[in-house]
Design a protein around this ligand. Structure first.
Ligand code: NDP
Length: 253
């Protein structure tokens, strides 16, 4: 596991948007960011799940979060403009953006991959992250110290049979992160990196590996050290990296 102990006020006064915040790793990240002082903007498909996370944040005494239900598969340009306007009026800037929402699609050979599912996976995992980032750039530029984190996967670095659109989407995510990091290097206060969570106990993992014992994988809450490190000021000089939440790294990156 990536080793990092965050001070409890690490993210104080930061406005951080998390996609897929209602479940799995995104939920854990939203709770963790809020418990370290951030005002979290919860984006996700299922409003009831976002409401539950909202309540959990209130219960732990974190700053009042904001909820924006948004289906990243069907969202239109208008939806993104509206979201940006709301955030602009409410907060005036964004200090962190965690692109976490994702779907698996199907596990099947490319030869028989359903093109409709292919489009859905690319829409949620890649296109939505691009459009959201593009819309939020003006608000990120207003931050003194902003961090954009994309979510990758082992199959985004080496292709593996039957992982189809999901694997391709994660390669694209790595590429998007590298391009953005290079474009913004030395010119802004925005850093851009990827996290590969590694095998983590979530619905997606259970669906991808039905024969696996879920207890053998760490819970989302336990992979949070890297999520905190990359979102907070201690990672100010880290840009263009793809890091493993469950990787072993030297004490100081
Ligand atoms: P889950 O399936 O548990 O959670 C996915 C989240 O994304 C949910 O909150 C879901 O919302 C949201 N989401 C899905 N589709 C949409 C959509 N159309 N619009 C808005 N939100 C949507 O997955 P994980 O927590 O496991 O995965 C999180 C990220 O980590 C993903 O990018 C995944 O690829 C990556 N990852 C996970 C690994 C693992 O072992 N778990 C390993 C490597 C990478 P809702 O519940 O409302 O549908």
């Amino acid at each position: 596991m990536f080793e990092y102990t965050a001070p409890t006020n690490l993210l104080e006064n930061r406005i951080i948007l998390v996609t897929g915040a209602g479940d799995g790793i995104g939920r854990a990240a939203a709770l963790s960011y809020a418990s370290h002082g951030a005002t979290v903007i919860l984006i996700g498909k299922t409003a009831a799940k976002l409401d539950a996370v909202y309540d959990e944040i209130e219960a732990l005494g974190g700053p009042q979060p904001a909820i924006v239900p948004l289906n990243l598969e069907t969202a239109t340009e208008h939806d993104y403009i509206e979201l940006t306007n709301i955030l602009e009026n409410e907060f005036g800037r964004i200090d962190g953006l965690l692109h976490n929402a994702g779907i698996l699609g199907v596990r099947t050979p490319l030869e028989s991959y359903d093109p409709i599912i292919w489009q859905q996976v690319m829409q949620v995992n890649v296109n939505a992250a691009f459009i959201l980032t593009q819309n939020l750039m003006p608000l990120l530029r207003r931050s003194e110290d902003a961090s954009i984190i994309f979510t990758s996967s082992g199959v985004g670095r080496a292709g593996r049979a039957y992982w189809g659109a999901y694997s391709v989407s994660k390669f694209a995510t790595e590429g998007m992160m590298q391009i953005l990091a290079d474009e913004l290097e030395n010119t802004t206060n925005i850093r851009t990196n990827c996290i590969n969570p590694g095998a983590t106990r979530t619905n997606m993992r259970a669906y991808a590996y039905p024969a696996e014992q879920p207890e053998n994988n760490p819970e989302p809450a336990s992979i949070m050290p890297l999520y905190l490190y990359l979102m907070g000021p201690d990672s100010k000089d880290i840009n263009g990296q793809s890091l493993d939440a469950q990787g072993i790294y030297p004490k100081k990156l």
